[in-house]
Design a binder for this molecule. Structure first.
Ligand code: UD1
Length: 354
């Protein structure tokens, strides 16, 4: 069997790591990087730190408006798929790279598998929501991370193509958590258990100057150090809007490597974020999370008490971050850390002849 993975953005490199390891010795694996993310700390550092072989192809598409970026990936992927003609094109998550690869694959009648299928925010303002819905409906095989995701796929008439495999982010998080506990990366320089890790990169939060100012001033009003790990989109948007990020307790730092991020979150009092992955990582590390979004795809984190959504009610941010620690839980809604092996088993079992 020959699997061709298409990745392009930071969270996809994290998901690729356990899949690349699980495919070793079981199938041929080709990795195509669209180049959506290209800075060392947004891309190459993940390949190095997570032991992922260098991509076989890098399309170097770079940044741009949705149509231009997605269209350029689509045009560049087609000849690559023609060349390799894999048994499966495997796409990850919900970025523009996911959608471009999904469209390119189905047009060439190549079997398409979608990892992290079935997630829904039901917020049609999010570019990721369009990407996931369209990719799920195009794919031949839907690899779902949770029971909730399986229900969404069933509701949309996709049950017969769906398989519950668990969440591969749990696999990589557990492995990295154990690694950093044994050999800690460089410290944040802040006292353990007393600071917050914050990230902000959703266009709905960063691209409206009034909203961005309101969020940053809420963070600046908190009574403990805030380590703001700043995505390039946030830095650019703040500069454009004239919003000062480094004020009050906020310390701004560049994006961290994956092990550094896991270590920083492990030792934090809490997380404030609009990232999908980080909400889950906080839960898995049992660090309380406050999410600056009106909804989440990872509803289990909220139901179990480890995540609070503040959305537009920024006045509630301070009380949300200082809420008492939630009740401990043994629930494992994101699987057991062996999802990637099930992904490979499923790809082998459901292989379609072309
Ligand atoms: C993308 C994904 C989002 C994911 C996020 C993780 C889409 C629609 N969105 O959003 O789902 O959560 O990745 O980070 O695909 N930039 C750099 N260097 C880089 C990459 C980006 O400076 O290496 C800057 C550029 O100014 C660029 C901006 O960040 O315009 C946004 O990058 P882009 O890939 O378009 O979207 P993200 O916000 O990263």
């Amino acid at each position: 069997m020959h699997v061709l993975s298409v990745v392009g953005a930071r969270p996809q490199f994290v998901k690729l790591a356990p899949i690349a390891h699980a495919l070793e010795g079981r199938a041929r694996h080709t990795v195509v990087h669209t180049g959506q993310h290209y800075d060392d700390n947004m891309s190459d550092s993940f390949f190095r730190d997570l032991g992922i072989p260098a991509p076989d192809v890098n399309l170097a598409v770079g940044s741009g408006p949705h149509g231009k970026q997605t269209g350029s990936m689509l045009a560049s992927l087609e000849p690559v798929f023609e060349d390799y003609r894999p048994d499966w094109v495997l796409v990850y998550g919900d970025t523009n790279s996911t959608l471009a690869a999904a469209v390119a694959a189905v047009k060439l009648h190549l079997p398409l598998a979608h990892l992290e299928a079935g997630l829904r925010s039901f917020n049609r303002r999010m570019p990721e929501e369009h990407n996931r819905v369209l990719t799920d409906h195009a794919a031949d095989l839907l690899l779902a991370p949770t029971e909730v995701a399986m229900r969404h796929l069933d509701d949309e008439g996709l049950a017969d193509r769906s398989v519950l495999v668990g969440d591969v982010m749990t696999d990589v998080l557990y492995r990295t958590r154990d690694r950093v506990a044994a050999a800690p990366p460089s410290s944040t320089g802040l006292p353990d258990g007393e600071y917050l890790v914050a990230t902000l990169h959703r266009p709905d939060n960063t691209d409206d100057p009034a909203r961005l100012e309101a969020i940053v001033s809420s963070l600046a009003g908190l009574d403990r150090p805030v380590l703001l790990v700043a995505h390039p989109r946030l830095v650019a948007a703040a500069e454009r809007a004239g919003v000062e990020l480094a004020r009050g307790p906020i310390r701004v730092i560049a994006p961290l490597s994956y092990p550094e991020l896991v270590w920083a979150v492990s030792n934090a009092a809490g997380v404030v974020t609009d990232s999908g992955g980080l909400q889950k990582e906080a839960f898995l590390l049992r660090v309380p999370c406050t999410t600056v979004r009106p909804e989440t795809e990872w509803v289990e984190t909220v139901e179990l008490g480890w995540n609070v959504l503040v959305g537009d009610r920024l006045g509630e941010l301070a009380s949300a971050v200082s809420r008492p620690r939630p009740a401990e839980t043994a629930a494992t809604p994101y699987g057991d850390g062996h999802a990637a092996e099930r992904v490979v088993d499923t790809l082998l079992e459901r292989r379609i002849s072309v």
